[in-house]
Each structure stands twice: as C-alpha cells, then as structure tokens.
Write a protein that binds this ligand. Structure first.
Ligand SMILES: Nc1ncnc2c1ncn2[C@@H]1O[C@H](COP(=O)(O)OP(=O)(O)O)[C@@H](O)[C@H]1O
Ligand SMILES: [Mg+2]
Length: 261
C-alpha cells in the first residue's frame, strides 16, 4: 500500500535564464519518513528545496503539503502549516544564550512573534513562561541542558546545529527540510545530530527531508533516498540498493565510487 505523502512535488519546473535547474520533477515524501535527497553539485536539490519551502516559485507544476496545495503560499504561510527548514543561527543571535535563541522562535501562532508579545502588557508574563518552559523541554530533549545559558556564539559547531534543529521543535512542525546540515560538523557530533534527528522522527513523529553530501549519514538516517541529476529524479530506493546499482553509481557517484563502496 502506498504510504501517505506529506510533501508531494508534481511535475515541477524551474529555470534560471537558459538553464533548467529543475526539470519536470515529481517526488513525494511519506509522512513519518526520513527521506534523503542526493545528487551531484548542481543537480537542482537546493532549488527544489527552495520551492518546497516557498522561497522560490516554480515556473510550472504543483507542490502539496499534507494534502493541501501550497504552491502559491509564502514561506511564512507554509511555516504556519508546519513545513519548516532550518536556518543557521543568525549573527545577531550569537550574543544571546542557547535558551534565549529558542525563545526567539515564533511560538506557533502564525504571524505572532514572541518579540511582539513582549510589547503587549498582560500577555507578556504568560507567553514568556510558556515559551521558556517549551524551550527548556527542547533543550533537555537535545541533551543541551549543560550549555543552555552559554552564549550561542560560544557553542561548538555541532551544538549550534543541534540548536538549529531545536528551533524547529519550538513550533508544531510536521516536516523539516534539512539542507546539508552536517556540513562542517565533526564525526562525533554528526552522530549526535543523527541520533537526535532519529529521535525526533521516532519519538515525536517528525518527517524529515534531508539533502546531504555525507553518504554515511544518508545511509544511516534515510529511507528512502531520492537521487537527482541534472534537474531530474533518476532513482529512488533504499541506500543499499542505490549503492549497488551501476547506473546510479555512474550517474551520480561518478569518480567518487571508492568513497561510497
Ligand atoms: N539563483 C540562481 N540563479 C541562477 N542559477 C541558479 C540559481 N540557483 C541555482 N542555480 C543553478 O541551478 C542549478 C542547480 O543548482 P542547485 O539547486 O543549487 O543544485 P544543488 O543544490 O543540487 O547543488 C545549478 O546549475 C546552479 O548553478
Ligand atoms: Mg545545494
């Protein structure tokens, strides 16, 4: 039986000038899955993500989220539906603590940011207490309790990544897009990050759609894995299967075959 899709990309096209970055692309991400998206540089992965997140409009085609057509919704409207992507901790937040960083995330209500609530007398204390409680829960979940009062700017690369992940937990996310979240993270912290993604998936029911260059991480986390090349989806399946398919290895892995064997 076909699993229920939370993200459904239907015949999407996107060109930049003469270049077709994404070409008649159809794929779906099953609810409750950790789905990987791999492919060589320039394959169109980030362009596809941007269209799913709403920061880029497709030239044609359709994007459904949880059964609803979101093709023409703005990123914040998709965010309010529970479709999130992670962002690097902005420079101006590096002087705030880890806990405060989480508290800056909009607390679920579309369009209402915590910062606005602070200027509204009466609501202030209640909202702040609720958000602080939630932020503490998130920090404990990610095992970052020991650094919650550290300035975000002083956290290690891996801890910052966990904090970025934590920001998605401050709202009721249904699906989270991760674009090369492991870049620059060392092996040990990568394991932490992967473990937390898995726990968010199994314990909290998050769906993840993950672009990643690290094949070990993809193999450990993702099933299925979708392969893009030159703007098109060329394969989908468990990583083991893809690794053993000579056409895929040739088309995608190219000269890097030894890295993935
Ligand atoms: N804003 C843009 N303007 C022009 N070309 C772009 C833009 N974004 C991406 N491209 C081009 O589209 C293609 C796909 O890029 P991208 O989606 O970033 O691939 P990937 O994430 O798989 O490496 C590349 O050829 C890239 O140079
Ligand atoms: Mg990219």
């Amino acid at each position: 039986m076909e699993k229920q899709a939370i993200i459904d990309v239907k015949a999407v096209n996107k060109g930049f000038g003469g270049l077709k970055a994404v070409s008649n692309c159809s794929l779906s991400v099953a609810k409750g899955s950790i789905t990987g998206l791999i492919g060589p540089n320039g394959a169109g992965k980030t362009t596809l993500f941007n269209m799913v997140a709403g920061t880029l409009m497709p030239d044609s085609g359709q994007i459904l989220f949880d059964g609803k057509d979101v093709t023409h919704l703005q990123p914040h409207e998709r965010f309010a539906e529970g479709l999130l992507r992670t962002f690097q901790i902005a420079h101006e937040f590096s002087h705030m603590t880890a806990l405060e960083n989480l508290m800056m995330v909009p607390p679920g209500q579309p369009g209402e940011r915590l910062i606005d609530a602070w200027f509204r007398p009466g609501k202030t204390a209640r909202v702040e207490a609720e958000v602080r409680k939630k932020a503490n829960e998130v920090i404990e979940f990610l095992h970052l309790g020991h650094v919650k009062h550290e300035l975000a700017g002083n956290l290690s690369g891996g801890q910052k990544k966990l904090l970025e992940l934590g920001r998605t937990m401050m709202v009721d996310a249904k699906a989270v897009l991760l674009d090369e979240v492991a870049a620059g993270v060392n092996r040990t912290l990568l394991k932490d990050l992967a473990a937390n993604i898995k726990r968010m998936n199994t314990e909290l029911g998050y769906t993840f759609f993950v672009i990643e260059h690290d094949m070990d991480l993809i193999a450990e986390l993702c099933d299925p894995v979708i392969v893009m090349a030159q703007g098109e989806v060329i394969a989908e399946g468990p990583m083991e299967e893809l690794r053993n398919n000579p056409e895929i290895v040739e088309a995608y892995f190219g000269t890097a075959v030894e890295d993935v064997a």
